[in-house]
Design a protein around this ligand. Structure first.
Ligand SMILES: *[C@@H]1O[C@H](CO)[C@@H](O)[C@H](O)[C@H]1NC(C)=O
Length: 277
């Protein structure tokens, strides 16, 4: 029994932590913020429009930087398929939360991508990175999010009390993981290609994005496309047991706010809505 090994100094703190424990609605609302982000990104990329306003909530905000991506039929088909899933996740979580659902926060899916790319490569790209410029740029933008969703749902699992909610969250995690696997496959097909304006190969850019995510979220919890110094594929960001990495809510916030100290910014210029932010 793990609880018996708690030291006495932990006791007060742990009871405090227990009292302040996020409830299921807080956790689902945190997930809903991520789904708003993903749904709007893919909807913009595929259709040039954010998700329908009926899904924003009464005081939901229009996303900044929405653009239709210039995609070939293959990439457009991927964008549409993922958009459909992410919009369904928004709709489902809003329905599960009912009156407790948070409104769509201010989302930035334009300049935030430029900032993320500059941060990953530790440079100021000129011209700047556009998530919507062509297939390969869009795939990199998609890669920024998908693994984050997977690790976030994994981290949220032990916070959920209701088993039906947990089952639904597991189902959503699985769909995000399929998206993550699909995007890795699409990137692997072109891993040696040098990408403008990065001036680097796909595999190096993807590794830089994964390294950035790891560096602002607790260390060894991410992976590029290949094992170090090898051509062996990495299909899932997972530990030595092939169990996908976990991220705490704070670690997830650090990534999507693009700030290692957790202050708001990046993809959520005013922070996420709800009690976890
Ligand atoms: C980023 O670039 C700056 C200036 O070019 C350099 O001083 C710094 O060490 C770089 N940081 C990393 C993490 O490579």
């Amino acid at each position: 029994m793990k609880v018996l090994s708690f030291s006495s100094s932990c006791l007060a703190f742990c009871l405090l932590a227990l009292g302040a424990r996020a409830n299921d609605a807080d956790v689902l609302n945190s997930a809903l913020n991520l789904e708003y982000l993903e749904a709007n990104f893919y909807s913009c990329a595929a259709y040039g429009e954010p998700i329908e306003q009926a899904l924003w909530g009464a005081n939901g905000k229009e996303p900044m930087g929405c653009q239709q991506a210039m995609l070939t039929p293959t990439a457009l088909a991927y964008a549409k398929a993922v958009a459909k899933d992410e919009i369904a996740h928004v709709s489902f979580l809003r329905q599960e939360l009912g009156d407790n659902a948070v409104d769509q926060p201010q989302i930035n899916i334009g300049a935030a991508f430029e900032a993320a790319a500059n941060a990953a490569l530790n440079t100021t790209l000129n011209p700047s990175f556009s998530a919507y410029g062509n297939d390969i740029l869009f795939y990199h933008a998609a890669f920024i999010f998908e693994d984050v969703g997977v690790t976030a749902y994994k981290g949220a699992a032990p916070l959920l009390e209701n088993v039906d909610t947990l089952e639904a969250a597991a189902g959503i995690l699985a769909v995000e993981a399929y998206h993550g696997g699909a995007i890795r496959s699409l990137l692997l097909e072109q891993s040696e290609q040098t990408v403008f304006p990065f001036g680097a190969q796909v595999k190096a850019i993807v590794k830089a994005i994964a390294d950035l995510r790891a560096s602002v979220s607790g260390g060894n919890n991410d992976a590029g496309l290949f094992k170090p110094d090898s051509m062996d594929y990495i299909l899932a960001p997972a530990d030595q047991n092939a169990v996908v990495h976990t991220r705490s809510t704070q670690e997830v916030l650090n990534i999507i706010y693009l700030n290692a100290d957790g202050s708001v910014g990046g993809f959520f210029p005013e922070g996420m809505n709800g009690n976890i932010n």
